[in-house]
Design a protein around this ligand. Structure first.
Ligand code: PNS
Length: 164
């Protein structure tokens, strides 16, 4: 029997900040792939709440204990980053039908650019299907309670960044 391939996947995103929905996908992805690289897009066009370095630190804090998960960042094309990290899969989460159209476009474009890389979708856990970084920031900024929606270490950083 041929040896089982060692499958490396990239889980790309903005992660500004990481939510419990992202963390759920990381946990589940780490069981499916031999190695999972959580990669933050370096995007000069967006005005993030946390710098890429801060987001990498937050991610490292929450992935402690997952031996096959690591954190990285990238600029330029995602598929070029995936090739440079020897990844053959891209992991993305889908929360609702509204995510599907954008994700489908990206998956097709990425396959056109790099046919050897497969996009793998996982459905967000039902407890997390309404959580997004954007809403978490908005609710927190308006004084709402986001405990349970982000990891405790992220909540602490948000309280320091945006005291409300
Ligand atoms: O968390 P997000 O903001 O939904 O993540 C979007 C991300 C980073 C996956 C996407 O913007 C991306 O892959 N950007 C890199 C540029 C690229 O490769 N574009 C072509 C594929 S559509």
């Amino acid at each position: 029997m041929p040896p089982k391939p060692h499958v490396i996947a990239i889980y790309p995103g903005s992660f500004d900040p990481i939510t419990n929905g992202h963390l759920d996908l990381i946990q589940r992805g780490s069981r499916v792939f031999d190695k999972l690289i959580v990669s933050i897009l370096r995007n000069d066009l967006k005005q993030p709440l946390f710098s890429v370095e801060e987001r990498m630190e937050m991610l490292r804090e929450v992935i402690r204990g997952y031996e096959n998960v690591e954190v990285d960042s990238f600029g330029g094309l995602l598929v070029d980053h995936a090739v440079s990290r020897s990844a053959t899969a891209i992991l993305r989460g889908i929360r609702a039908i509204s995510d599907y159209e954008y994700e489908l476009q990206m998956a097709h474009m990425n396959r056109r650019l790099q046919p050897d890389i497969e996009t793998v979708f996982m459905m967000a856990g039902e407890t997390y299907s309404f959580i997004s970084s954007r809403l978490v920031k908005q609710v927190f900024g308006l004084g709402g309670n986001i405990a349970g929606l982000v990891p405790p270490s992220v909540l602490e950083r948000m309280q320091r960044r945006l005291p409300n």
